[in-house]
Design a protein around this ligand. Structure first.
Ligand code: CP
Ligand code: NVA
Length: 309
């Protein structure tokens, strides 16, 4: 049996996953990657899944459209620019309509609450394809990539660093992954970008360390992560944010403090000369583009499990 018998209704966040669910999804992702193109069973046969996107996307859109197709399903890309949702129709009405037609939904939007409301009102399996609060699909792909490089469960004793806009959707999902899996996560960014006391209290994870010292975060880290300083929807903050973030740029000098054999991850798209230098991105490009490819395999694992919900 290749597919998993794990029972899950939605993928709304890393926060709401258990360690067992994460490791089962990773194991299935590895199997589906190894067996790509070789499996007869199509868990999404006869199913139609909607991709409801309010923000731009290259990797997420294509990996979901391809993944749904490879699992035997049909993907409908629905930009909110074209939907009545974009003209003000409430989420709860859209969800109640689409829940009667679709078998599942993949949503990229701003508010986490919108994805949660869609799930509640539609009653169909719902996947968070990025909100302002979390990017769970990317974290699953990143953990899959990390295990490919360093071995299954290798995150257990690892120090992982995340630099820059650490309280964004990627940073938050890494925080919850650290909470669930127990690895050390060092977050480094300017004071105003560090997670609030309220978030840290909710997280309640002593293995998540916050600092304004980039070198302290990178020292001894095996994985160094970064992401854009200006997430989608924050374009108006470009001028005011950038200056404070330059000390957290992932560059060659900073990486000299990292562990021997370290990797650099970037979820992409990357802004060279800002959060990462051109030479570092190119030196680590085989891993960074593997992260992008692994979106497909990790999400096929999620889709195949949710297809039974
Ligand atoms: N990493 C990621 O989610 O990329 P896209 O915005 O291109 O989907
Ligand atoms: N933090 C980024 C991730 C892009 C995949 C954003 O939200 O724009």
């Amino acid at each position: 049996m290749v597919y998993s018998t794990l029972s899950m209704k939605n993928l709304l966040s890393i926060e709401t996953l258990s360690k067992e669910e994460i490791t089962e999804l990773l194991d299935l992702g590895h199997r589906l990657k190894a067996l790509r193109g070789k499996l007869q069973e199509q868990p999404l046969a006869g199913q139609s899944w909607g991709l409801i996107f309010s923000k731009s996307s290259t990797r997420t859109r294509v990996s979901f459209e391809v993944g749904i197709g490879e699992l035997g399903g049909r993907a409908l890309f629905l930009s909110t620019r074209d939907m009545q949702l974009g003209r003000g129709e409430p989420i709860k009405d859209t969800a109640r309509v689409l829940g009667r037609m679709l078998h599942g939904a993949v949503i990229r939007t701003y508010a986490q609450q919108d994805v949660e409301d869609f799930s509640t009102y539609s009653g169909i399996p719902t996947i968070n394809a990025l909100t302002d609060s979390e990017h769970p699909c990317q974290i699953l792909a990143d953990l899959l990539t990390l295990e490919e490089i360093y071995g299954r469960g290798a995150w257990k004793d690892m120090k992982i660093a995340f630099l820059g806009d650490v309280d964004n959707n990627m940073g938050r999902s890494w925080m919850w992954a650290a909470k669930r899996l127990g690895f050390t996560l060092a977050l480094a960014g300017p004071q105003q970008a560090l997670p609030s006391e309220e978030i840290l209290a909710r997280l309640d994870a002593p293995n998540v360390i916050c600092t304004t010292d980039a070198e302290e975060a990178v020292r001894g880290a095996m994985l160094i992560n970064t992401d854009t300083w200006i997430s989608m929807g924050q374009e108006d903050q470009k001028g005011s944010k950038e200056k404070a973030f330059f000390p957290y740029q992932v560059n060659r000098e900073l990486l000299s403090a990292a562990a021997t054999g370290h990797s650099v991850f970037h979820c992409l798209p990357a802004y060279r000369g800002y959060e990462i230098t051109e030479d570092v991105l190119e030196a680590h490009s085989s891993v960074i583009f593997r992260e992008a490819e692994n979106r497909l395999h990790a999400q096929k694992a999620v889709l195949s499990i949710l297809s039974r919900a």
